[in-house]
Design a protein around this ligand. Structure first.
Ligand code: TYD
Ligand code: MG
Length: 445
């Protein structure tokens, strides 16, 4: 039987089905299946016979020098710079600064003698120039083409042979030979696949810029995430100045690294001393605690703030910014059950100052202390803010978390001594709250 010429592909997960469904059988999303031309059937090649497996230790792996983008925070998140010939996807919501970041990186690389190319599909060359003018002379030296047709882009890359090429964005490029509109699963997969093959063949590191949907997934196909070597996510709120860049996937480095940036009128500025910023900005008012967090291999001090207010609502409001809602729910439950702080009749707001997101169990104790402090109206710490970290267990015990020594060292660097954490004196939430009462009184005295 001949194969049907078209197939229905899900724009969310890439699942393919011969028939249309209202709901994707792959991921359960509604109205995401769109008809697309089926890829040509793979031609059967003759088998080449058996291969001789080689022990991993004997595999030749030449050491490659990474391409430094000159943006320290970006290089660190990449695992020490861009790997030649690699394919990197940078996702983020519109206006977060993806184009600014990539233009700046190319400018630095060009200034360092690397060949670069900027492919702009979304903005005209003139628009990109206006941005580059704000970023400075290095950015103005970046060669650009404004093009959306895939073949032309590939031909240009092949002719120019840059070391690094930015494609902004992967969702606007298209191959006219395919039926789907730009941004559809088939198109995005084709665009990324062809760029990857060319990049690997010619040793061109390709940075794909991708938009994220409101749910936070890279718009359209998750298929891209499998294909690329690194997925970087650029996050933050547009109204806030702080932005964080984190690796969700990295074949060449850790996925725990986070870069912190600030958006200025002259582009993105790295915040290398993020802890210093956040500690200076921390208040000593009730409801504020400094959390010694780990962002990958780097300790980071951030201020956790809580507000507790009487509520008319049933159920009362639970608002979490920068911390996971489920983590907040757990901390509230443990506080009520094991800490004697019951907030069932109150609206509760918790946020990490500066728009930073912390997603680690080590944040529990700081959240609990901020809530208890807010509920009692008692400020923590003395002339310096109180710093804390530790995980809460379901039975009210404090659990150790990784890198305690580095968290403490970071706090001490900024003059925050006596960090509250799980240790011999403080084994449970109740014990931690008791020492809170003491420091609160000490401050009131
Ligand atoms: P942009 O890089 O275009 O975001 P994206 O490519 O992710 O959509 O820029 C984001 C915002 O940053 C834009 O609204 C303007 C602002 N901006 C500055 O504040 N200062 C600057 O120097 C630049 C270049 C942009
Ligand atoms: Mg852009």
């Amino acid at each position: 039987m001949p194969r049907a010429a078209t197939v229905f592909a899900c724009s969310a997960c890439g699942h393919e089905s011969p028939k249309w469904h209202g709901r994707c059988p792959g991921c359960g999303e509604w109205n995401t299946l769109a008809e697309e031309r089926r890829a040509a059937a793979p031609s059967r090649r003759r088998a080449r016979g058996a291969l001789r497996p080689v022990a991993l230790g004997e595999v030749e792996a030449p050491r490659v020098d990474r391409l430094r983008t000159g943006i320290g925070e970006l290089d660190r998140v990449l695992g020490g710079g861009l790997v030649p010939g690699s394919l990197v996807l940078i996702g983020g919501s519109p206006g977060i600064g993806k184009s600014t970041l990539t233009t700046g990186a190319l400018g630095n690389l060009a200034a360092g003698g690397r060949r670069v190319l900027y492919v702009s599909g979304e903005e005209s060359a003139a628009q990109v120039k206006l941005r580059a003018e704000r970023l400075g002379p290095a950015a103005l030296s970046v060669p650009i083409i404004a093009e959306t047709e895939l073949e032309t882009v590939l031909a240009t890359i092949d002719a120019e042979r840059p070391d690094v090429c930015v494609v902004d964005s992967v969702q606007v490029l298209y191959d006219p030979a395919l039926s789907g509109s730009p941004g559809s699963v088939a198109q995005v997969r084709e665009v990324a696949g062809r760029l990857m093959r060319l990049g690997k063949e010619r040793g061109v590191a390709v940075i794909l810029v991708g938009h994220v949907t409101k749910e936070g997934a890279i718009a359209g196909p998750r298929v891209l995430e499998h294909l690329v070597d690194c997925v970087l996510s650029f996050e933050g709120e547009r109204e806030r100045t702080y932005r964080t860049l984190r690796a969700l996937k990295n074949r060449f480095g850790s996925t725990n690294e986070v870069g912190v940036f600030e958006m200025h009128e002259r582009g993105l500025v790295e915040v290398a001393d993020a802890s210093a910023r956040f500690v200076t900005e921390a208040t000593r008012a009730p409801g504020s605690v400094v959390l010694c967090a780990m962002e990958g291999s780097r300790p980071l001090l951030v201020e956790v703030q809580a507000l507790v207010a009487p509520s008319e609502l049933v159920p009362p409001r639970r608002v979490a910014n920068g911390v996971d809602r489920n983590r907040l729910a757990l901390v509230l439950a443990v506080l009520a059950r094991h800490g004697g702080v019951s907030l069932g009749g109150s609206d509760v707001f918790v946020s990490v100052a500066g728009g930073v997101r912390v997603d680690e169990p080590g944040a529990d104790l700081a959240i609990a202390l901020a809530l208890a402090s807010a509920a009692k109206g008692v400020g923590l710490g003395d002339e310096k803010p109180l710093a804390a970290f530790g995980e809460l267990g379901l039975t009210g015990e404090l659990r150790h978390v990784a890198h305690a020594d580095r968290r403490i060292a970071e706090a001490e660097k900024f003059g925050l001594h006596g960090v509250l954490r799980p240790d011999d004196r403080t084994r449970t939430l109740r014990e931690a709250l008791r020492s809170l009462g003491r420091s609160g009184r000490a401050r009131a005295a």
